[in-house]
Design a protein. Sequence first.
Lengths: 235, 459
Amino acid sequence: MLLEVDNLNVYYGAIHALQGVSFNVEEGEIVTLIGANGAGKSTTLRTISGLLQPRTGSIKFKGKEISTTPAEQIVRLGISQVPEGRKIFAPLTVRENLMMGAYTRTDKNEIEQSMQLVFSSFPRLKERIDQLGGTLSGGEQQMLATGRGLMSKPSLLLLDEPSMGLSPILVEEIFRIIQEINKQGTTILLVEQNALMALSISHRAYVLETGRIVLSGDAHEVAENPQVKSAYLGV
Amino acid sequence: MEVGFLLGSLLKIALLLGYLYGLLRVMGHPKLWVKALGVLAAFAVIQVALTDFNGFKLLNAFDQGLLFQAATMTMVALGLNLIYGFNGQFSLGQWGFYGIGAYCAADITYRWVNGDARGFLVVGIGIILGGLAIWGIGAFLKRYRGIPVLSSFTFYILGVVAAGFLAVKLGALLNPLFAPLLGTPANPGPLASGLALQVVFFFAVIFAGAFTAEISFLFGLPVLSLGSDYFGIATLGFAIVINTLMVNSDTILPFPEMKGGRGMIGIPKLTTWFWAFFFLLVVIILMRNLIHSSTGRAIMSVREDETASRAMGINVAENKLLTFVVGCFFAGIGGAVYAHYIGFLSPGTFDFLVGFNPLIIVVFGGLGSMTGTIAASFGWVFFLEGLLRVLLSQMGTEAPTWRYVLYPITLLLLILIRPQGLLGNVEWGFLKSVKVASRQKEAGTPPTGDAPQSIQEGA
Ligand SMILES: Nc1ncnc2c1ncn2[C@@H]1O[C@H](COP(=O)(O)OP(=O)(O)O)[C@@H](O)[C@H]1O
Ligand SMILES: [Mg+2]
């Protein structure tokens, strides 16, 4: 088991945002958390990546407890988060943004290899290598954020709503690339409101509702569930 | 008003900016020997201009004063730009650290030429022991997680105070070994004259920088965690406290030679153009290489978004502290160079109101632009302190005070017209990022495998 989340409780002050969330991710999978706005999806990812501290519960990565490890250490263990809203560094160029993703690494040649790998997934970034991050279009910024997340050579990539605000064609492209990245050996934990697309590329899925997991299973099973169909797939 | 003087001054400023442009250009040249030769030539140009040829000097004493003032101002302002412009931490304390550097270095050399090696010994031993203490305690605290910042601060301060105490004792112990070789001001001994004195001066500047850096570490550790606005207020408070200590240096501090509010006189004037130029280049090169390293990118991304930076694996608190310490180190170096040019230190020079000058310069030149800061430092000193002061003084003895009305108006106008600063994000020659250089090259050659090579070239 690559990632085991057990009975996680996270608070924002008095707000009980995650109420005993448990799930796991196997090596090589794409796992999706779907849920409405405010369900706690981002909170879950931020807690895994160490940006938030859980009050109780455990997070095990490769069998090691990481729930109190600070964020900057978690990257070094092999978890990389692509945050909601991209959060790319606007005044830095595409190349510099990617180099930021490789901040924890030192071998120049390996970093250059990773960069070429990112460019093979996102040829558009290569064309814009010296452009400032802030001047990219929304879709390109998402590509940059994802590429930056890959630059730390993570074994687990956390993606927070990669399709947000993108045109349908771009959404398809992004999801195709996510699948490609997964095939190249990176395990992916995906968070999405765009449930239909997310379920179509995932192996397994969990449904999050106001801080609790209410349903889990194989992605196609979840997609067939009548409640999910009516609530998230608009069928 | 004299039109001739006005035109002459403007020409001087233009020539100066051209000089800086040329210097940075040649420093950015890929060939090492061109670089070395160019820097040497740049040094020589001013050296010749400052030389007295039978009563004829290209730069008169007034211009010379401005030049040294501009060089030290550049070091201080670059440090502030690193802290505020690149890292986003609004600091009003830079002037205080400048003052610490000035007084620290002045005390070392003043005592040295007066037959007392304790300044040199105590500060030298103190910064080494203090640095070791900080390093050791840091390594020790790293093993534990979740230590509140005030607790680690307590450890550090105890460690540094112990180191300082030890340094004072050791300094007093070792002093008799040196004292006989130092002589008196009227009859300097072998260690207080010639080359030996130059070496001592060099170390005094470095020691003062390191001393300032360690003070800034102790101050920054608890205060940087407050968040930017509170940090600004706290640094302002710091500058005021330092100034008060200077005014009372002979009463509440045990330094009678600093003479409190009357000002410290008799500091050996050891800052030659060689030293000013040398330390200016050291600061520029250190800062440029820092900015273009991965730490430098981290410094900028912390300014942009702390959360995203943490997600990249950057320890944000550590990054801010490092930036602050390096920026204050530059201020300390600048202060030390200044003290030995002017030969006289008065607390009035380090008043917190004057401390806004580097801030104005940094905003003027553009936050996050090294070129802007360098050009603005020189332009500012020569334009406002040189040209304007002279012009206004011809209109009455009180007229120069109008400068203090003109600064803010100019600043306001600039912020309205060019919020990105005079030069925006243009960088000259050496200061340009390596990536820009490689892009220009890539335009001519096929892009394959070109990038890693060009990174090495710039390093
Ligand atoms: N910084 C915050 N402070 C207080 N409450 C927050 C904060 N961030 C999120 N929340 C609350 O926590 C809950 C879960 O939010 P979030 O994880 O962002 O949801 P999702 O990503 O699923 O849309 C929501 O009720 C939200 O209002
Ligand atoms: Mg969210």
